[in-house]
Design a protein around this ligand. Structure first.
Ligand code: ZN
Length: 133
């Protein structure tokens, strides 16, 4: 497995309508896409920072993963996503190294990426995602 860069940082927010103006007006970034990922019960907003994206995540269902996260921890950094060549190969390799996986195989994420999550128990407390095109 070879990580090329940080593909994105996922940030849980209560409201995209409140969060987007901070990134646009205060930080001077441009929101270039808003997408709903029904599978993960989120609406996402994307910004570019070099080759790394900021992915804002607003829950569309209080029982979804982001809804529960905000309930427990409040708004803030939710996960970090590393770009790899092939998600399924990366997940297999990590599994063989005794890393606990949330996704045993890749699934479809925002922007058509193939994604897989590793369990924070195995990653020193950081919810970690690997993704590939
Ligand atoms: Zn992500």
């Amino acid at each position: 497995m070879k990580i090329s860069h940080i593909e994105h940082i996922g940030i849980a927010v209560k409201s995209l309508d409140e969060a987007i103006p901070f990134y646009e007006e205060i930080l001077g970034m441009k929101c270039y896409a808003i997408e709903e990922v029904a599978d993960q019960k989120v609406k996402t907003a994307f910004f570019m920072a070099g080759q790394t994206k900021i992915e804002l995540l607003e829950s569309t269902d209080s029982e979804g993963p982001i809804g529960k996260f905000i309930d427990k921890k409040g708004q803030g950094i939710h996960h970090i996503a590393f770009a790899v060549d092939n998600v399924n190969e990366a997940l297999n390799e990590l599994s063989s190294k005794e890393i606990q996986l949330i996704d045993k195989t890749g699934r479809k994420g925002a922007e058509g990426l193939n994604i897989g999550f590793l369990h924070p128990k195995s990653t020193l407390g950081v919810l970690t995602e690997v993704c590939s095109k």
